[in-house]
Write a protein that binds this ligand. Structure first.
Ligand SMILES: [Zn+2]
Length: 106
């Protein structure tokens, strides 16, 4: 997934993904240890929990970073189109309601 260079600077979301995946792997290690005393299946289950949770959170964080990016030109142009004057109701806040009220009086 491609991120813009400005959004790519902060390591905090990825650090958070690592911490949450590590905590889930540790809880899995403790939980599996209640029923399985051998080290290898516990480690495998913990590694599986780390990979699955880390993969899901990493994709979620990357999609959020891409969705909420305000740095590229395309999203700035889209905002400019949305905020452009000349659309109905842009000149004053109650103009649409005024038209509705005038139609209701007729
Ligand atoms: Zn960005």
């Amino acid at each position: 997934m491609k991120l813009c260079p400005k959004c790519n600077h902060s390591p905090l979301p990825f650090l958070m993904v690592f911490v949450v995946a590590s905590v889930s792997a540790f809880v899995t290690w403790l939980t599996v240890g209640l029923s399985i005393t051998q080290t290898t299946p516990r480690a495998a289950a913990s590694a599986l929990a780390f990979v699955v949770v880390g993969w899901a959170l990493l994709h979620y964080v990357l999609s959020c970073l891409r969705r909420h990016c305000r740095h590229d030109e395309r999203s700035a142009a889209r905002r400019a189109v949305l905020d452009s004057p000349g659309q109905p109701g842009n000149d004053r806040p109650g103009s649409r309601l005024g038209a509705v009220g005038a139609a209701a009086e007729i």
